[in-house]
Design a protein around this ligand. Structure first.
Ligand SMILES: [Zn+2]
Length: 328
């Protein structure tokens, strides 16, 4: 077996995999979470959990190679996964955005046998929130709410320095009800924040209005840029073009986020709110300001609003948070 190129780092290097609905982000870091190598692969759209696990192993192997390491030399690999994660059992079930993943699948065991080192599982949004708390925009605070504004609207909580999972399902800011009997949410209920602000829900709304005759450049732009979905980039371009429908839907999303986040702050009085996710990171600073302004009228203690930041780790937050799981 050839000696590793960086023998000193091999003993302490860790891996992190962020399993998303569209992409798998894998990284290898040193002990201070500096990225030594990374790889990004598309998430399989067909097959089942075993195929997704194979794609994850391939991405991590490529990331390790970029760091001149073998996966088996890593101290461990953390995985941030969507769906219902049982960290102790090493299983994931009901990952609705992944192909054929309804029943419980032993993801930790599958990856451990493919990669030859121990695997730690966590929920994707809670690990990304923890990454911002330990390494990113949340470092100055003891309590914070992470809001991941993307396909859905995910949330994670740090209370008094500790991740708060409740009975396993805490942090669902996206399913905070802001309109009773309001718009249909992808979760099957009505009036949730995500029904107004989630990328998938906004796309469904835009399609319906467009089919009913409302003019918009959104779908032309998607075709032009070879996208079968209205990605964050397509929404951004439509806004730049002054598209009326896109502007209206995004304005509604911002006001929904403001009401939902302010309600969570009224309950928990966290010191800071960190805005991440595909839309949150892409829209960045101007939307941080807009969301903070949309929160203001709903804050009970309006004389001392929480700090609001854009996620500092950007797209890598999920993979870095996964790598942090190895330490725990
Ligand atoms: Zn919902």
């Amino acid at each position: 077996m050839p000696a590793p190129a960086h023998p000193a780092s091999a003993a302490v290097a860790v891996g992190g995999i962020d399993l998303g609905g569209t992409k798998i982000e894998a990284i290898v870091t040193d002990a201070s979470y500096k990225v030594l190598g990374g790889a990004r692969h598309p998430t399989p759209t067909t097959g089942g959990p075993a195929d997704v696990a194979n794609a994850m192993a391939a991405a991590l192997t490529e990331a390790a190679k970029a760091a001149s390491l073998e996966p088996s030399q890593l101290r461990g690999i953390g995985v941030g996964s969507p769906g219902t994660v049982d960290a102790a059992a090493g299983t994931v079930s009901r990952a609705d955005n992944l192909p054929g993943w309804y029943a419980s699948f032993p993801l930790a065991a599958a990856l451990q046998s493919a990669l030859g080192t121990k695997i730690a599982l966590g929920n994707d949004v809670s690990v990304a929130t923890n990454a911002e708390f330990v390494l990113g925009a949340g470092r100055p605070y003891r309590s914070l709410l992470g809001v991941f504004w993307g396909t859905g609207v995910g949330g994670g909580l740090i209370l008094d320095g500790q991740p708060w999972h409740g009975r396993g399902g805490a942090g669902e800011i996206g399913h905070t009800v802001i309109v009773q009997d309001g718009r249909h949410c992808p979760c099957g209920r009505r009036g949730c924040v995500e029904a107004y602000a989630g990328r998938a829900a906004m796309e469904a709304r835009a399609r319906k209005l467009h089919a009913g005759g409302t003019k918009t450049k959104l779908f032309e732009l998607a075709t032009e840029h070879h996208r079968d979905r209205l990605t964050s980039g397509i929404w951004e371009r439509a806004l730049e073009h002054g598209d009326k429908l896109a502007t209206k839907l995004i304005d509604r999303a911002v006001s929904a986020l403001g009401a939902g986040i302010a309600s969570a702050v009224n309950l928990l009085d966290v010191e800071a709110v960190i805005i991440g996710g595909g839309l949150g990171v892409r829209f960045g600073e101007p939307y941080r300001v807009r969301i903070a302004a949309a929160m203001a009228p709903h804050l009970f203690l309006d004389s001392r609003p929480p700090a609001v930041h854009v996620a500092a780790l950007g797209d890598l937050g999920g993979a870095l948070g996964a790598a942090l799981l190895v330490e725990r």
